[in-house]
Design a protein around this ligand. Structure first.
Ligand code: RAM
Length: 350
């Protein structure tokens, strides 16, 4: 079943409840459990899945967690959301320790840094927890499986294709990323750099700068401003982060650069709609983030049940998303990216 469109999944109701939980948590930066039982669970619960995103106060995270909580409920697990307010490298460690002390069966984590979280995850595993990385991988030594929404190289390629189309295949471009340590961001940027070097279609495109907005809207806004003043010939910006692209669009939309400097990257349709409609942005890409959380919950169950170990070729049931096969290096891919533009953006609600 395809979960992409808003109308196709009643479970979006579950997402709304989850968002309310996360918003409440954002005020305190701590954790809450949905579903009654905590720890290994009592009553009818199979146990708890702890979701530890890069940061709580990120609209992308809210959508991912909505899918995660829906997935956990579908397999009879309680879900707990915990994590820091800022996406810094070490900020997740105390939350991993907290989940470990609670005897959480599954920790689902989007790593702010592939190695900083390693020792804490090792301890969690020694205590019996299964580790599912999603969105942004840990070093593979520290997790059982990585749920990646899209093949990493495809995420890079679609953004290059779009920017190239928009700048006529020639000119200076810059990348506005999230944090400098984020595994997902750095992998996508690496593939973009390799493609720019090797693909003759991009011979006339020059990457002049990489800047980091730390998935903080204000910093991303300022970095955009800085790029435009430092590089007067800039033709386009790629921002492979939902926070970055929305902040850059906000800056461009009221500046003289609107419609002149192209902007693309990875954005949430609901955050980008106004900028597509006012002509600031022509086209950007993403996937349905809820699917990522949903599949991660099912992967956790399969690991706990022992039906998979995260080895290449393992398969697991992912409910409405069907059967998922684990690929090389313990990476399971959920689905392809989609382009959003004026023609289709109103069909999406996330
Ligand atoms: C931001 C985060 C996240 C990334 C999305 C596309 O919200 O950096 O990790 O996957 O953008």
């Amino acid at each position: 079943m395809k979960l992409f469109s808003t109308s196709s999944r009643g479970g979006r109701i579950g997402s709304i409840a989850a968002i309310a939980t996360v918003v409440a948590l954002a005020a305190t930066g701590c954790a809450a459990t949905n579903g009654g039982d905590s720890g290994d669970g009592g009553g009818d619960s199979a146990g708890t899945i702890a979701f530890l995103p890069k940061q709580l106060n990120n609209p992308y995270t809210d959508v991912v967690l909505g899918g995660g909580e829906e997935g956990a409920a579908a397999i009879g697990y309680d879900s707990e959301v915990l994590g820091p307010l800022e996406a810094s490298a070490s900020a997740q460690i105390p939350f991993i320790e907290q989940a470990t002390q609670q005897g959480t069966k599954v920790i689902v984590i989007a790593a702010n840094d592939p190695d900083a979280v390693g020792p804490a995850l090792q301890t969690a595993r020694e205590a019996g927890a299964k580790i599912v990385a999603f969105d942004s991988d840990t070093n593979p030594d520290y997790r059982d499986i990585f749920i990646s929404q899209v093949v990493a190289k495809d995420v890079a390629l679609i953004q290059l294709e779009i920017i190239s189309e928009q700048i006529g295949g020639s000119g200076e471009i810059a990348i506005l990323s999230a944090t400098a340590t984020a595994t997902n961001q750095n992998e996508w940027i690496k593939f973009m750099e390799e493609e720019l070097e090797s693909n003759p279609d991009y011979a006339d495109i020059k990457l002049v700068a990489k800047v980091y907005g730390d998935d903080d809207a204000d910093k991303s806004f300022q970095e955009t401003q800085g790029l435009l003043s430092s590089y007067p010939d800039l033709a386009g910006i790629i921002s492979p982060t939902t926070v970055g692209i929305a902040a850059a669009a906000k800056y461009l939309s009221t500046s003289d650069y609107k419609g002149k400097v192209a902007l693309t990257g990875l954005g949430l349709p609901n955050e980008m709609r106004e900028f597509v409609k006012d002509g600031t942005v022509q086209e950007f890409a993403l996937w349905d983030p809820a699917q990522l959380g949903y599949v991660a919950a099912f992967a956790g169950k399969a690991l706990v049940d022992g039906t998979i170990t995260g080895a290449e070729g393992d398969t697991f049931d992912a409910g409405d998303m069907g059967e998922i096969t684990v690929g090389a290096n313990g990476v399971a891919i959920v689905g392809p990216p989609t382009r959003f533009n004026a023609d289709n953006i109103d069909e999406y609600d996330f």
